[in-house]
Write a protein that binds this ligand. Structure first.
Ligand SMILES: [Zn+2]
Length: 178
């Protein structure tokens, strides 16, 4: 990621292959730490469908994703998830008490490659029940989301899912319900 030390421009900057860059010449240290990210398993009980988005952009353009995303600096995980739902699909679950609205379901690591840099994330997956929710209730962020798909478990093709962490979360969710 760094060819030169950002502090002294030394070429001796070294990466430990996990998360730390160190410059032996000036002592510069940078921790490329894991970032927190969220994913929301929105389940429509009356039609037995899970809500997926089709990604509009790389990485994984055209593939299935769950609503959610990176937690911003200064944000809690639930606030970040609520904001992402509002931004991406224009829908938020009813109720203002976020810990009651969202139930933590699972957590898996992921790697999110973006413009030549791999971001390691710790993805937290939450479940929300959305009785009566229909595709026309959602208002998509057109710059990022190509479409939504409401899929029954048997309609999910795991090869179409953009990220490993999301495959694992969806598999676990479907397995638990069957
Ligand atoms: Zn340096």
């Amino acid at each position: 990621m760094f060819t030169f030390c950002p502090s002294c421009a030394s070429k001796k900057i070294a990466f430990d292959d996990i998360n730390v860059f160190r410059c032996p010449d000036c002592g510069f240290v940078y921790y490329h730490n894991t970032a927190a990210a969220t994913g929301c398993l929105i389940y429509v009980p009356d039609t037995e469908r899970l809500v997926f988005m089709v990604r509009g952009n790389e990485p994984g353009a055209g593939k299935l994703d769950l609503p959610g995303g990176f937690v911003d600096p200064g944000e809690g995980v639930l606030e970040g998830l609520y904001r992402e739902l509002r931004e991406e699909i224009g829908w938020t679950p009813p109720g203002a008490d976020l810990p009651q609205v969202f139930t933590l379901f699972a957590s898996f690591p992921n790697v999110y490659p973006y413009k030549g840099i791999n971001y390691n994330t710790c993805d937290l997956f939450f479940t929300v029940s959305a009785p009566g929710l229909k595709p026309e209730d959602l208002h998509l962020e057109k710059s990022e989301i190509a479409a939504v798909r409401f899929l029954k478990p048997e309609e999910i093709n795991y090869d179409d899912i953009a990220f490993e962490s999301i495959k694992r979360a969806v598999r676990a969710f479907v397995h638990r319900r069957s």
